[in-house]
Design a protein around this ligand. Structure first.
Ligand code: GAF
Length: 435
């Protein structure tokens, strides 16, 4: 096992120049630097994160980039290449109720950092502290020069900033484009405000923004993958202890690829199914009188069947068996390599389709066709109800598999999916590339 390192994820020169020019056009000056963070694909371990279980995602070679510059008027001013809209809010006015739309992701992260106490308090996150709390002047609360945000400006003591976002993580594909933006913003502000948070603490900042500002009751997996990813490896995360291990995937060495099939069926974790699944899991844990479903193992299934109604039992069975599959996947990757994990990927999909009921016909079709055309294993990935499937496929078979999937979707009258290979990549840049 390798320790998470300071990922490089270097921004290539042409892109950095382009981003700086766009920043200058939108904000009127040059940025201080450029930071980036990737999207993720989850290899296995779905909906286990908020049940304090195991996950095994990897960061992908699609990233969000932020260029950040300082302001002396106490404003947070954000722009992005998705839209001409520029959103401007005084730092001390940032609040979950005020933020909406695309700017809720970067500004939600700024709010989450501002709302944390400095230094790290209960959340484990060091923030600017006190800012935004009526009547408290954070600059006065910290002796001159010791305040982490430095702030000579802005009534609340945190230095204002301008930020421009660009991303090549497909939106709505279930590849955590939102976590990529949150994490890129978090590393940028962490360095700018000299907060000294660790990568794990910054993952938590992204999750706080997602939960409290965007309003999606999601777990810690996506931001952890984006912060901690390593080239050619997956992040094995125990969401109870928050211990991580880097697990080599060895895809290139074994001539395998991971193909993503984006079904283009849109999903939204701030509404409906995701929250309902989470509620079922919490109900099951309560009836079984455990702190979380993580405390239960396959040996407990007969007891669970007796105690729970059928639907709640099937939801909980998915979590219990999925945790087991994640651990087995890690063991097999370490001992035998990627070709050994196919059956576990397939079983994970069946469990999500039949027990957790978060698949859709397009995802099932993608998985079935991939399996029939030589994929070693295939499963839907991410929160479900749309988004993407992944197929672990011998490199030589990939073109035929892609053609087969496109044909099957056309035959069923489904919208053509997007197909692309992803490379397990380094996580967020902790140090900005200074301009
Ligand atoms: C979404 C959530 F954001 C994650 O926290 C996780 O629960 C995932 O769905 C399902 O495994 O990506």
């Amino acid at each position: 096992a390798l320790e998470p390192h300071e990922a490089t994820g270097a921004v290539d020169d042409a892109l950095a120049t382009e981003l700086s020019a766009e920043f200058a056009r939108r904000h009127g000056s040059a940025p201080l630097g450029v930071w980036s963070a990737p999207g993720r694909v989850n290899l296995i371990g779905e909906h286990t994160d908020y049940n304090k279980g195991f996950v095994l995602p990897f960061a992908i070679d699609r990233r969000a980039y932020v260029a950040l510059g300082s302001r002396d008027d106490g404003l947070a001013r954000v722009s992005s290449t998705f839209t001409d809209e520029v959103v401007e809010v005084p730092l001390e006015k940032l609040s979950p109720e005020l933020l909406e739309g695309w700017s809720a992701y970067p500004l939600g992260v700024a709010w989450a950092l501002l709302a944390q106490e400095a230094p790290a308090g209960e959340s484990g996150v060091a923030g600017v502290g006190e800012v935004g709390v009526a009547g408290i002047d954070a600059a006065a609360a910290h002796p001159a020069g010791s305040h982490p945000a430095g702030g000579e400006s802005g009534s609340a003591g945190a230095r204002g900033f301008s930020l421009h976002i660009h991303s090549d993580v497909p939106i709505g594909a279930g590849l955590s484009s939102s976590a990529a933006i949150e994490c890129a913003t978090a590393v940028a502000l962490n360095e700018f405000w000299e907060l000294g948070n660790t990568p794990k603490a910054l993952a938590r900042v992204g999750q706080i923004a997602e939960n409290q500002v965007v309003g999606a009751p999601t777990g810690i997996m996506d931001q952890s993958a984006s912060m901690l990813g390593r080239l050619d490896a997956a992040v094995f995360l125990d969401c109870r202890s928050m211990q991580t291990e880097t697990v080599a995937l060895g895809l290139a060495a074994h001539e395998y690829e991971i193909l993503v099939i984006d079904t283009k069926v849109s999903h939204d974790h701030a509404t409906g199914g995701y929250a309902a699944r989470r509620a079922s899991c919490e109900r099951a844990a309560e009836v079984m009188q455990v702190d979380s479903l993580r405390e239960l193992s396959p040996a407990d299934l007969p007891r669970m069947r007796a105690a729970l109604d059928d639907e709640t039992f099937r939801r909980a069975r998915h979590i219990v068996t999925e945790n087991d599959r994640v651990e087995a996947t890690v063991r097999l990757l370490e001992t035998s390599g990627p070709q050994a994990i196919g059956a576990l990927l397939d079983a994970s999909h069946v469990s999500m389709r039949d027990d957790f009921e978060i698949s859709v016909p397009q995802l099932d079709l993608a998985v079935e066709v991939a399996q029939s055309l030589g994929a070693v294993g295939a499963r839907m990935t991410g929160g479900g109800f749309g988004g993407s499937a992944l197929a672990l496929v011998p490199r030589a078979l990939r073109p035929a598999l892609e053609a087969g999937i496109l044909e099957a979707f056309a035959q069923h009258g489904y919208r053509a999916p997007d197909l692309f290979v992803v490379q397990p990549s380094d996580g967020a840049t902790l140090k900005g590339q200074l301009r």
